[in-house]
Design a protein around this ligand. Sequence first.
Ligand code: BV8
Length: 244
Amino acid sequence: MTESCHIPEALLAALRDARHVCVLTGAGVSAESGVPTFREAQDGLWADHDPLQLATPEGFLSDPELVWSWYRWRRELVAEVEPNPAHLGLAELAELVPRLTLVTQNVDCLHQRAGSTDVIEFHGNLFADLCFDERRAVDCDADDPAPTCPSCGALVRPGVVWFGEAIPEDALDLSFAAASDCDVFLSVGTSSLVYPAAGLADIARQNGAVTIEINPEPSRNDFDFVLENKAGAAIPALVSSLSS
Ligand code: BV8
């Protein structure tokens, strides 16, 4: 049974009037594709491990084989799933507004597979392999439990941003600019706990944007509109209402 989702007329009016929509997505957007979110206790990505052991440079250096096994498990999992109606709907939404900037905290590339273009990967990309020291893309043996850089011998790491690491400068600049410029800020499927990503909504609000959250468990109490629905229902409902 598809979940019913009421879209307030005032929310639709804000989107219809918008010159620029900025969207921030989190793990909740990929949940209906079958990708566990981070904080689900029973089967979340961090259920069995402390995220600060797995998603920090220190954790990686202390046990590269453990961290590689976690990321390779996630790569295999993501490679087997498909984008869901939330990803597909966001790609459609980009065709219905004059300008849409999509910023994602997700590293799974499902937005791109759904047809979204110019996706800003705020926390990097699960499928990239980087030299830990040189930070450039390298080819490495997918079966090596702790691959090393062919040119300098340093460890190779997944191309994601870990806790305590800076957001890539271009992603940060583009995202801050979009949050500052947008008329509508749409936060979808994120617990709004990780910064600076979670601060984008504040930047948008401070610059006069209408802010909307889509999350079955609302993350904060300062969004102008909150749709307490799954993204896989709310995004298609929003797109359908906007295009009718
Ligand atoms: C930085 C990539 C500074 C890796 C991720 C101490 C030391 C250092 C830094 C800090 C510190 N204390 C605080 C910080 C800042 C820190 C931070 O914010 N920590 C938190 C824990 C407090 N941030 C950082 O470290 C960032 N960098 O600050 O750098 C700096 C500056 C200059 C120079 C050097 C350093 C970097 C953070 C990036 C971490 N990397 N991911 C990987 O994926 O393995 S974070 C990772 O967790 C995700 O990318 C995402 O951002 C976050 C998880 O959040 P969500 O996506 O929201 O997922 P979650 O499971 O939490 O929630 C899911 C939501 O979906 C829920 O609300 C649920 O209700 C909803 N949902 C479920 N189903 C659905 C749904 N919604 C809709 N539909 C559904 N069907």
